[in-house]
Design a protein around this ligand. Structure first.
Ligand SMILES: [Fe+2]
Ligand SMILES: [Fe+2]
Length: 357
């Protein structure tokens, strides 16, 4: 049953509006804007039909209150009013109204427009669910790699947390201002855990070898960059999620080096995407400080030295500078093993500081 909330201070208007709806609408009423906000906070209807002119809280204020909680896609609000002029209509659409129906309006046109908004909202919900499902699959994908290789458990989470520290510091410094904004930083953080997704295509006998790899084996491992790129391009083609564009670049370029001696394309400097330059440092820091099947973890002090001396060689010097500003928080994260990392934890780490090496 489709649920609709009719908001109007006039009882005759409420009844008239109800009489115009199909029988498959389950109708609730609100006599004021305040009551509408209350009802929606308890049970969100599928759609709201609202008078613009009401005493105390008018339709515009009510809509603004609803928009604090629900996006236009989550809760379409249609104004249905006799008080109309082009300026009011403009204001309504600007405030996020889904439609503006002026009385008098034929029953056929009224029903059509209400049903249209209902269907659009349903389709949006289906799309959001499908995207969420796809994202869950992608996360599962990166988790699967870690399940295969117990020695890298938590690597994706820690690399993501380190990436968040670096982008946070770069934003604070105003570095790469033409490329890095709060929005892009969030997308880079979402994309970071997928950087090694291509390892799914590497044979266990090589991926899990408890010793250093020979040249041929290393060549095969290197292909996880292009395999990851292919997988993520395929996912991007079916979902068009913007953060997957970053994920593709990160997967393909996170083993490139600033001096052009990395792989697979030997890109150098700014030829390497900023997101990949950031994740590269985060990835290497974790590889250095974590245990692997073939090596013991490096101390915090030694890892910091490796990163710092890598400025201009392996890493972008601006990103190394950001690392040095927040490295105590890197140390804190490494202590947790990467389980259950959350932004609040990272904030706490920053406040608490780390060892003074
Ligand atoms: Fe990698
Ligand atoms: Fe990695």
């Amino acid at each position: 049953m489709k649920q609709i909330l009719i908001v109007d201070d006039n009882i005759d208007n409420r009844r008239d509006t109800q009489s115009r709806l199909d029988d498959d609408f389950q109708v609730a009423f609100a006599e004021s804007g305040g009551q509408a906000v209350q009802i929606c906070s308890k049970i969100k209807p599928d759609i709201v039909l609202m008078e613009a002119a009401m005493p105390q809280m008018d339709g515009f204020e009510t809509l603004a209150r609803l928009r604090e909680r629900f996006s236009p896609e989550q809760l379409p609000v249609i104004f249905y009013t006799a008080h109309a002029d082009p300026e009011i209509e403009r204001k309504a659409f600007e405030a996020g109204a889904a439609d503006f129906i002026t009385k008098p309006c034929s029953k056929a046109a009224f029903t059509h427009r209400v049903n249209l908004q209902y269907r659009l909202a349903q389709q949006q919900t289906h799309l959001e669910n499908a995207i969420k499902h796809l994202e869950d699959s992608i996360t599962l994908f990166s988790d699967m790699i870690e399940f295969r290789d117990e020695s890298i458990g938590g690597h994706a989470q820690r690399t993501t947390a380190y990436t968040g520290l670096l982008t946070g510091e770069l934003l604070r410094e105003g570095a790469f201002a033409d490329e890095l904004s709060q929005e892009t930083a969030e997308m880079i953080e979402r994309a970071a855990p997928l950087h090694d997704v291509g390892k799914i295509g590497i044979r266990d006998v090589i991926l899990l070898k408890p010793a250093l790899l020979d040249d041929e084996e290393f060549g095969i491992v290197k292909s996880h960059t292009s395999i990851g790129g292919k997988i993520l391009r395929y996912m991007y083609a079916s979902s068009s999620q913007p953060y997957l564009e970053y994920a593709i670049k990160i997967a393909e370029e996170h083993h490139e080096r600033f001096d052009g001696k990395g792989y697979p394309a030997r890109r150098r400097g700014n030829e390497i995407s900023l997101c990949a330059r950031i994740v590269s440092l985060a990835d290497v820091y974790d590889a250095l400080t974590d245990t692997r099947t073939y090596k013991k973890p490096m101390s915090y002090a030694d890892a910091c030295r490796v990163i710092t001396t890598g400025a201009g060689h392996q890493f972008d010097p601006v990103i190394v500078r950001a690392f040095n500003a927040v490295k105590p928080a890197f140390w804190k994260i490494a202590q947790t093993g990467g389980a259950g990392l959350a932004p609040s934890y990272i904030q706490a780490s920053l406040r608490a500081g780390g060892p003074d090496f």
